[in-house]
Design a binder for this molecule. Structure first.
Ligand code: SAH
Length: 335
């Protein structure tokens, strides 16, 4: 719930006008979701709040950490679905990699979450609660965080809840994260991009491009048959954002990693202010793809650099704990 909504609801329930703000301060600023301990709220009010709202963050079922400090959390939802959230330490801040859906409907051929299928959308509360959980893990960390919607799911196919979550996350009364420090990664959903542009012009977009020609892209990413690559790139050309767009490109050996494909990619995105993140494929034993060798990755990168593009090779963190890009998949019997 956003602050205004809570204000209206609590007002109707007979609470004093300032209670909603107190609730927000406890829940978001103090990261305390236990009304019984809210000392500045009258006892009867605390009991009613506890009865009215389920505020406790969902439990962590499993934690895994890698040598570099990246940590992955398996979180249990009320209806027994499970999601994963990843905490990545960076210089001077943390990045939280959040899930927007349990599973994913897009079935990208190379992605472990895609292989597990779609379970359901996360509520705004389940999205925001991942941030609270990770902050708690860091001892109620109050420093800078970057949020990236690169965990499970396609955020733009859960737009309503994503937007509600972003409003709470970015509000001063909420988690007070600058929208400039939020990145929404998408396989490319035009209607959702348009809404995001309108509602959150400062939020960064990362677009999972992954193949330089429409046919190959449609083979790897079935959504591309409906949301065509050319149309998406035209959209990015026509709607220059305040922050450069990031093109993500997963490098798959023998499939999309040739120098000719690098040249094709450069031509395709010509004229769009962007940076390219090359993500060497993180293998999954169930999927038939391989990561190119280092020389191949470097060659691909150098072709793009020669074309004057900004390119970063993203060696995913958390590989050894299966929490690198594209590896989030809750291991259950049916996936
Ligand atoms: N649905 C959104 C966000 C989740 S995926 C999207 O498509 O952008 C986040 C990123 O991980 C995407 O760029 C995706 O292409 C990439 N990815 C998926 N599987 C991967 C893998 N096995 N190795 C490396 N990157 C992968």
């Amino acid at each position: 719930m956003q602050l205004d909504e809570l204000k209206a609801e609590l007002h109707a329930a007979g609470f004093p006008a300032f209670t909603a703000r107190q609730v927000f301060q406890w829940v978001y600023h103090k990261n305390n979701q236990d009304p019984a301990s809210w000392s500045n709220v009258a006892k009867a009010g605390r009991e009613r709040l506890a009865a009215l709202y389920g505020l406790a963050p969902r439990p962590i079922l499993e934690r895994r950490g890698d040598a570099g400090g990246t940590r992955k959390f398996l979180i249990g939802l009320a209806d027994n679905h499970r999601i994963e959230t990843v905490l990545i330490p960076e210089k001077g801040h943390y990045t939280f990699c959040l899930s927007s859906q349990a599973g994913c409907a897009l079935a990208c051929a190379f992605c472990a979450t895609g292989a597990m299928g779609f379970r359901r959308n996360l509520s705004a509360g389940e999205i925001v609660s991942q941030v609270l959980t990770l902050k708690k893990e860091l001892g109620d960390y109050a420093g800078r965080i970057n949020l990236v919607f690169m965990g499970m799911g396609e955020p733009l196919l859960n737009y309503e809840n994503l937007a509600r979550a972003l409003r709470i996350v970015c509000a001063e009364d909420g988690l007070n994260v600058s929208p400039r420090h939020v990145t929404v990664s998408t396989a490319g959903i035009l209607a959702g991009l348009d809404r995001l542009e309108h509602d959150f012009p400062l939020v960064k977009i990362a677009f999972s491009l992954n193949a330089p020609d429409p046919l190959l892209r449609s083979e790897l990413m079935p959504i591309s048959r409906r949301e065509g690559l050319v149309g998406l790139l035209d959209y990015f050309r026509a709607h220059e954002r305040r922050q450069r767009i990031t093109f993500e490109y997963v490098l798959l050996a023998g499939i999309n990693d040739s120098p000719a494909q690098a040249r094709q990619l450069a031509r395709l995105i010509h004229g769009i202010p962007a940076k390219i993140n090359l993500i060497p494929y993180n293998p999954n034993p169930r999927l038939p793809f391989r990561r190119p060798d280092e020389a191949g990755i470097e060659k691909f990168r150098s072709v793009l650099l020669e074309k004057g593009l900004t390119v970063v090779t993203r060696w995913s963190k958390g590989e050894d704990i299966r929490s690198a890009c594209g590896q989030l998949a809750v291991l259950t019997e049916d996936c």
